[in-house]
Design a protein around this ligand. Structure first.
Ligand code: MGD
Ligand code: MGD
Ligand code: MO
Length: 767
């Protein structure tokens, strides 16, 4: 074997041996904008690892009568693999026999690690299906509201969330790029699969060089790279729907609506117009009205509408906008605004979702599907909206409205989590902590002693990507890369595949789970499946050995190709959308039939449950923007040097405007307490004019470090925003998470008595 290679969500790398048996990662040749997250992850391959199967002491004493309130506090006891597998098998069998497979929750959301074969969730779901099924989750924390609203408005076929008009075409043809939620370069460092080459910086350079004008509609100035000279329209968080309505009103008032496009490609403008003009409710959604809600001067709104009508315009809507109360609305209204401009389907113009949210957005899709681990069939239904997990645990038998359905929550007795960290990603962690104490058994597969591993009954230690063989590829990346095993497994850790093979063996379906293949045989099988599919599309891939010993392969992709929405806009009769009418639905009969007051049949502005313009702001006058971290992927690698290097006295930085800091006596570098009625956390203050007044920004992913404060309340002392966010669905339509709708207050905090220990292994008792 020549050069060893690996890949992660943050890039593709060559692996070099380093001191103390460690490895050093060097960005793959050709990646001109590599991410430091990869090398930082490599530095913690042996830090805070779970080395052996571990069982919570109270659970070990009495698995059948365990008290879940001890989770997260009691010490763990090291056990043998045989015993751990037996305990987990017994628990699975007990739940199945006494309450049926529905009582097992394996919705297990999370990003795990890159690698087509060792994808933790695919392994878990294949295993659970072999066992007779499980309660699953539906939609994602990233884009749940969009995943539910877009099919109603533009259908599924266009796959709009992953098929935004191509970057190359934007650079060639777009004149005005209006970025709702910005284009944060930090977010484009990663991908759902791996990142072969970081391309967004280059695309933005090309846009700048060809004279594209950028407008950054966001509470943060630095959501768009400084050298793009974007016009910053600082908007109150969660008011984008109102702003879009104001822009739409101006177009209508000044005869700038493309009625021919509306006639040809949409339905329902006639039912939406009375709302826009105020005919039906007495409130014209004028720029002046939008100004009173967004805080943006009316003249600027009118001016932007004029520019949009006279330039080839891309309306870009970041995913963050829909991770909020009524997050479906800005997505729907963005499409209506683009339709009124009549530019949907024109090269480099129209509407795009999630630009710069990941490296792959705005890239073409691979022309064939990569091989993947077969999942089998899950006979258990319904799946539960992913962010309703705490509701489900707290309310067995309770009802949940979702996309026109009434779901009943199952009674969950066992949770199996692999590849995610709900104790960073879920909202209102204090509430989740209560919900988490309910089930009888919680099993977690994890490489590190993360907050969720620490709250399990049985922890199976998992190898990392550097300790196993795999391939990395994905539909939005033109590269496929080998992932070679570069390190011996840490301690007694095993891959998720081995763990589930062991469990399946113990439960009597070992052969059907593994199909008699070992790791490398599976990797080869997935590669060969891909090779056959590629061949059918005229793409020739080398044989496995050549690929395995070589570097990344570059798959030819069609940059100039037509996107499905472009095809539709050119010839809507020949290429109808798969909406009920075949057209863009400005008014949806399907949603109207749901007859729910919180789910209007056309885009509508409604006040979020808490926001800067509402009465709640009297007590908690700052809007918390908990966005994605620049120095890690979610909570992964928070203990790595790159993430730790960004902390302030060990706390996660919270950025706020000097005006807000000054009025509270807060100086740069102070420890501050962010709080509201749901919880409180400690952060390091960072003052910057890049954050608009009235807003505090705190990235997600700091490992929660819980303690009790003087008043007996829970205090999170590391800086995790999810002790402050509300655990409420966006609406009964999508039930998506709404963390970006959160108000807080901030004060200086005397942290002299605080002992910060977010990165510690739990106590290990001798068994
Ligand atoms: N307030 C607020 N909260 C948010 C968001 C927000 O904007 N604001 N964003 C949300 C979004 S968009 C997302 S996607 C979620 C992200 O939430 P998650 O995807 O849950 O976050 P990660 O930190 O990536 O968790 C992955 C876990 O998998 C583990 N892991 C890695 N490799 C393997 C493996 O091979 N096997 C196993 N078994 N485990 C492995 C890692 O150690 C880590 O603990 O957070 C959501 N939460
Ligand atoms: N480095 C790094 N990159 C990542 C991730 C990571 O963890 N680390 N996570 C990845 C994942 S899973 C996802 S889903 C994507 C998420 O991609 P996004 O959802 O686009 O990312 P965020 O950083 O949450 O939000 C982007 C910006 O939106 C702005 N914003 C917040 N609320 C509002 C609002 O109401 N209106 C407007 N106009 N703007 C608002 C904020 O200023 C914020 O900086 O990022 C991905 N990229
Ligand atoms: Mo996400």
């Amino acid at each position: 074997m020549g050069i060893l290679r690996t890949a992660g969500h943050w890039g593709a790398y060559r692996v070099h041996p380093a001191e103390n048996g460690k490895v050093r990662l060097e960005a793959d040749e050709g990646d001109r904008d590599p991410s430091p997250i990869g090398p930082s992850m490599a530095a913690v391959q042996d830090t805070l690892r779970v080395g052996y199967p571990m069982v919570r002491a109270g659970y070990l004493r009495a698995p059948e009568e365990s008290d879940g309130t001890g989770r997260g506090y009691e010490p763990f006891v090291r056990v043998s693999w045989e015993y751990a597998i037996e305990l987990a098998s017994d628990a699975l069998l007990r739940a199945k026999k006494e309450s049926g497979n529905q009582s097992i929750y394996a919705g297990s959301y999370g990003w795990a690690s890159a690698g087509r074969f060792h994808h933790a969730l695919s392994q878990l779901h294949r295993f659970m299906n072999g066992f007779g099924g499980y309660t699953a989750s539906t939609n994602t924390y990233s884009t749940a509201a969009a995943e539910v609203i877009l099919p109603h408005v533009i259908g599924n076929r266009v796959n709009a969330l992953h098929q935004s008009p191509r970057w190359v075409q934007v650079a060639e043809s777009c004149e005005l790029f209006v970025a709702f939620g910005g284009l944060a370069l930090k977010n484009s460092q990663i991908n759902e699969s791996h990142v072969g080459r970081h391309g967004v910086r280059g695309h933005l350079d090309a846009c700048r060089d060809s004279g594209v004008s950028f407008v950054n509609v966001s509470p943060q100035r630095d959501d768009v790279a400084a050298d793009l000279d974007a016009q910053w329209m600082a908007t109150r968080p969660n008011t984008d729907t109102a702003l879009m309505l104001g822009l739409a009103y101006h177009l209508w008032e000044h005869g700038k609506v493309d009625y021919a496009f509306l006639e040809r490609c949409t339905v329902g403008f006639d039912r939406f117009r009375p709302y826009l003009t105020g005919e039906c409710d007495g409130i014209p959604k004028s720029p002046a009205w939008a100004s009173s809600i967004t805080g943006i001067p009316a003249a600027n709104i009118a001016l932007l509408a004029e520019r949009m009508a006279t330039h080839r315009t891309m309306i870009s809507v970041a995913w963050s906008l829909q991770r909020a109360d009524r997050g479906e609305q800005p997505y729907w209204m963005g499409i209506v605004l683009a339709a009124m401009l009549g530019q949907i389907g024109r090269r480099g113009a129209g509407i795009g979702f999630g630009y710069a949210g990941m490296n792959g957005i705005g890239e073409p899709l691979t022309p064939f599907k990569w091989g993947s681990l077969p999942q089998g069939h899950n006979p258990v239904s319904p799946p539960i909206p992913v962010a309703r997990v705490a509701d489900m645990l707290l309310n067995p038998g309770g009802q949940c409205s979702y996309n026109g359905l009434e779901l009943t929550y199952p009674d969950i007795r066992l949770i199996y989590w692999a590849g995610g960290n709900p104790f960073h990603h879920h909202q209102d962690l204090n509430r989740l902590e209560k919900a988490w104490s309910r089930p009888e058994t919680i099993i977690v597969n994890e490489p590190w002693w993360t907050p969720v591993a620490r709250r399990a009954d049985i922890v199976f230690p998992v190898t990392t990507a550097l300790e196993r063989n795999d391939i990395s590829c994905g539909s939005q990346d033109r590269f496929i890369s080998p992932m070679h095993q570069a390190l011996e497994p840490y301690g007694a850790s095993r891959s998720d595949f081995e763990i589930f093979s062991n469990l399946a063996e113990s439960l009597g379906f070992g052969e059907s789970f593994s199909e008699g293949r070992d790791e490398l045989e599976w990797v080869k099988h997935l590669y060969e499946t891909s090779r056959v599919r590629a061949d059918a599309c005229g793409v020739s891939l080398p044989d496995f050995d050549t690929f395995w010993d070589g570097g990344q392969l570059d798959i030819p992709m069609d940059d100039a190709g037509v996107t499905p929405l472009e095809e539709f806009a050119r010839a809507p009769e020949a290429h109808p959308l798969d909406t009920p009418t075949g057209k863009i639905e400005i008014y949806s009969q399907t949603i109207a039939r749901m007859t729910h007051p919180a789910i209007p049949p056309h885009p509508t502005w409604a006040e979020p449950y808490e926001w800067l313009g509402g009465s709640e702001a009297k007590e908690y006058p700052l809007h918390l923007v908990s966005n994605q971290p620049a120095r890690r992927l979610h909570s992964q690698g928070d203990h790595g040097p790159f993430s730790v290097g960004g902390k302030i006295h060990g706390h996660e930085p919270a950025r706020l405007n000097p005006a807000d800091a000054g009025s509270r006596g807060i100086a740069d570098g102070d420890i501050v307490r962010l709080y509201n009625a749901r919880g409180a956390c400690l952060c390091g203050a960072k003052l910057t004019e890049d954050v608009m007044p009235g807003v505090v920004q705190l990235s997600t992913g700091a490992w929660p470090d819980m303690t009790t404060s003087d008043d007996g309340q829970w205090l999170e002392i590391h800086g995790n925003p999810n002790v402050l966010t509300r655990d409420q669905g966006c609406s009964p339509l999508s039930q998506g998470p709404s963390p970006l709708t959160t108000l807080v207050e901030v004060e200086r905090f005397d942290a002299t008595k605080i002992s910060l220990k977010p990165f510690e292994s739990p106590l290990i008792a001798t068994g």
